[in-house]
Design a protein around this ligand. Structure first.
Ligand code: ZN
Length: 148
């Protein structure tokens, strides 16, 4: 019999059946194990990655309204995705018309600081670049300026 080891999924000790078993038999931990395995496989096995991509495309072909329905079921998430897409589009656009953008910035700099502040008003999504975190919706409004 093997010594009990801690399961990385739930931190509880269990007795593995063999040396290869590192997760306990809890369904949640088995799901984690499978997800991990798939993640690793996607990185290490280009053939598997291709197969998965094809399978996904096939499935989408058979379920063409999946995303439409998904958006209907999750209007909030769809709203978030649209905002994220806007950000992505913006980034692409920025790269494309770089020269044009810098000209616009040049004009903005000559303008008074008042109009520059107003350019920041509105709703924004705070999207973390590094951390795996959900974007946060923030709202920027004018604060009264304290004059000396
Ligand atoms: Zn476990």
């Amino acid at each position: 019999m093997m010594d009990p080891i801690p399961c990385p999924g739930c931190d509880s000790f269990f007795v593995p059946r063999n040396k290869l078993q590192i997760f306990c038999t809890d369904p949640d931990c088995q799901r984690t194990r499978k997800a991990l395995w798939q993640k690793q496989k996607l990185v290490c096995d280009p053939e598997y990655k291709k197969d998965q991509k094809l399978a996904n495309q096939k499935w989408l072909q058979n379920n063409p309204y999946y995303w439409t329905k998904y958006r209907q079921r999750n209007p909030k998430k769809a709203d978030r995705n649209r905002s994220l897409q806007k950000i992505r589009n913006c980034k692409i656009q920025k790269n494309k018309v770089h020269s044009k953008a810098s000209r616009t910035i040049g004009i903005a700099k000559m303008d008074s600081s008042k109009s520059r502040n107003q350019g920041l008003l509105g709703q924004y999504w705070l999207v973390p670049v590094v951390a795996k975190m959900d974007p946060v919706k923030i709202f920027i409004a004018t604060a009264p300026v304290c004059s000396p």
